[in-house]
Design a protein around this ligand. Structure first.
Ligand SMILES: Nc1nc2c(ncn2[C@@H]2O[C@H](COP(=O)(O)OP(=O)(O)OP(=O)(O)O)[C@@H](O)[C@H]2O)c(=O)[nH]1
Ligand SMILES: [Mg+2]
Length: 226
């Protein structure tokens, strides 16, 4: 079993979140650390997708993962078994992370030497979309059993994500899920979104996602500070 720590993080009472998120991004740029914020409803496949992602990338870059949950440490344990640094963040009942909570997590992760730090946000399609964490890019997962209408019901989440992964495509035959309609609904909310159907269980489709992430990390590390 891998080693991991559990950190209790606290929400700041001085909420000036956008300012702190911007400052955190600047610091990450200086350190050349790429922070990815991964969001979805509970059980859509965030941890499973991260496992497939880490398996493909861990030999080319140094990765650390922050697993945010209201309680438990199962996700950090799962990720740490892959031999990379993982930390469990307990949000004390909060259903999202803000930039200051993310900073506390990054300090706990000791991300200074890392190329890629990943935040698995709390499973929720509403609150996490309202808080900029300081991440360089936002990604989300919509899984087939949730339905193709979710971009219509949770517009903010879909509008702030750079990538939407449509997961669990292996169960498409069993659900009334119209892939083309779903893509149209996503693009209506966010015309610039990159949409990638995947099966995290088998890894099908994940190469396109991993390639996107690989290129984004390289680009971030290459760019000069503005
Ligand atoms: N059939 C199928 N099941 C999947 C797939 N990806 C994940 N699952 C299953 O879905 C369940 C939830 O997956 P997780 O990866 O734990 O989901 P999560 O989003 O991290 O969940 P929370 O952290 O609790 O929000 C598990 O039983 C996975 O095995 C997939 O592509 N196909
Ligand atoms: Mg999880």
């Amino acid at each position: 079993m891998g080693e991991f720590r559990v950190l209790e993080i606290k929400r700041s009472v001085f909420a000036d979140n956008d300012k702190w998120a911007g400052e955190l991004r600047e610091e990450l740029k200086e350190k050349k650390v790429f922070l990815l914020n991964l969001m979805s409803s509970p059980g859509s496949g965030k941890t499973t997708t991260l496992m497939r992602t880490i398996e493909r990338l861990k030999d080319e870059m140094k990765i650390g993962v922050m697993e945010a949950d209201i309680d438990s440490d199962v996700d950090a344990e799962t990720i740490s078994r892959l031999g990379i640094k993982a930390i469990q963040l307990h949000t004390g009942g909060m259903c999202h992370l803000d930039a200051d909570m993310t900073r506390q997590g990054l300090e706990g992760l000791e991300c200074g030497e890392m190329d890629l730090a990943i935040l698995e946000n709390v499973g929720n399609l509403v609150c996490p979309a309202e808080f900029d964490t300081g991440a360089v890019k936002n990604a989300m997962i919509l899984s087939v059993p949730e339905g193709d209408d979710k971009p219509l019901k949770y517009p903010l989440m879909f509008s702030i994500c750079d990538v939407v992964l449509i997961n669990k495509i292996d169960v498409l035959p069993y659900f009334d899920f119209d892939m083309e309609k779903c893509k149209r609904n996503i693009l209506m909310r966010n015309p610039g979104a990159k949409i990638i159907p995947i099966c995290a269980r088998t890894g099908e489709g994940t190469e396109a996602w991993v390639q996107w992430l690989r290129e984004e990390v390289k680009e971030w590390q290459k760019e000069e500070r503005s």
